[in-house]
Design a binder for this molecule. Structure first.
Ligand code: ATP
Length: 319
């Protein structure tokens, strides 16, 4: 192994820059030449590939987003596109690739491995929805952004005796809602992994109101449905003044937290070590604070599940 490349693909996540930096610097430490591919698989197909030295990744560890840019690339879904990508990599005499992204990105990486090109994945998505790893890069920053927003909503909520519904991201996964709901003492947390009963939530709201609660916060994962609709239902059935906030893309940005920077640094270095060890078709995962490489297949076969004991705990603590 002499030359490796790194790219970011799919939705961006805070901490991706720290991961790129770790791939580049640990690659150099192991005497490899490291290249950056701009705009994910789209840039790969077009040969948008540049050498990166130590300095090229300076002053990015604390920045959100990804300085290599990210893209979605329909052309790469076809074998012709995948072959073009391998041709470009070979043209640059690159013999290993690190891709940072979500499950779509890893499916693409698998196709490259099928064509004989060694590829290792690093899970980078705020949703924490990749099976096989306890955490993905960007998740910690996203939940910190959410709780900061909810703290502010709380201040105004207690001044006005209102019910606040906050819709958060997460795609089909409830992790963002669950963690930030527990961290912020939300009265109810609605996640796709647990079927929720509207009546129960309403009863809980009314109970809280009767015992003198000044305000309530209901956290809704986008995978459950629209916060707006939930808010309308609550208003209809309780008559409580209800406000809905959809946090949206603020959750994707911002400076990565210390935890995300550390996770990204460790995962970046681990990806390079796996390539050097001759591994491919694997994703770097963290389990019980240990970094391991797991087969992409293993990651796809199972469904992602958040820690549901936290859901129960949130219910116990928010009575
Ligand atoms: P996130 O879900 O966090 O946004 P992701 O990696 O899942 O990230 P996708 O848009 O699903 O984001 O995938 C990124 C890119 O990976 C796609 O635009 C496409 O180029 C490639 N890709 C996705 N699925 C496949 C597949 N089945 N085969 C080949 N390439 C794929």
């Amino acid at each position: 192994l002499k030359r490796i490349a790194v790219l970011t693909s799919g939705g961006d996540a805070p901490g991706m820059n720290a991961a790129i930096r770790a791939v580049v610097r640990s690659g150099i430490y192991y005497n490899l030449e490291v290249f950056g591919v701009y705009r994910g698989y789209a840039g790969l197909i077009q040969g948008d590939i540049t050498p990166l030295n130590e300095g090229a990744v300076g002053d990015i560890i604390h920045r959100g987003g990804t300085f290599l840019y990210s893209a979605r690339c329909p052309e790469f879904l076809e074998e012709a596109g995948q072959r073009k990508a391998v041709t470009e990599l070979r043209k640059h005499q690159i013999d290993g690739l690190v891709v940072i992204g979500g499950d779509g990105t890893f499916r693409g990486a698998q196709r490259l491995t099928d064509l004989g090109f060694p590829t290792i994945g690093i899970p980078g998505t705020i949703d924490n929805d990749i099976p096989g790893t306890d955490f993905t890069i960007g998740f910690d920053t996203a939940i910190n952004t959410v709780i900061e927003a909810i703290d502010r909503i709380r201040d105004t909520a207690s001044s006005h005796e209102r019910t606040y519904v906050v819709e958060v991201m997460g795609r089909d996964a409830g992790d963002i809602a669950l963690w930030s709901g527990l961290a912020d003492g939300a009265e109810s947390i609605l996640i796709p992994e647990v079927s929720f009963r509207m009546e129960e939530m309403i009863a809980r709201l009314k109970r809280g109101y009767e015992r003198g609660k000044k305000h309530s916060i209901i956290l809704v994962a986008e995978g459950v449905g629209r916060g707006m609709e939930i808010g309308d239902r609550i208003k209809e059935e309780t008559g409580f003044e209800t406000r809905v906030t959809v946090l949206g893309h603020v959750q994707r940005g911002g400076k990565p937290t210390a935890l995300d920077r550390v996770l990204a640094s460790r995962m970046g270095a681990k990806a390079v070590e796996l390539l050097i060890a001759g591994e491919h078709d694997k994703m770097v995962a963290i389990r019980n604070n240990e970094l391991i490489g797991i087969d992409f297949d293993q990651a796809f076969e199972q469904d992602h599940q958040p820690d549901l004991s936290m859901y129960e705990l949130a219910g116990i603590l928010s009575i």
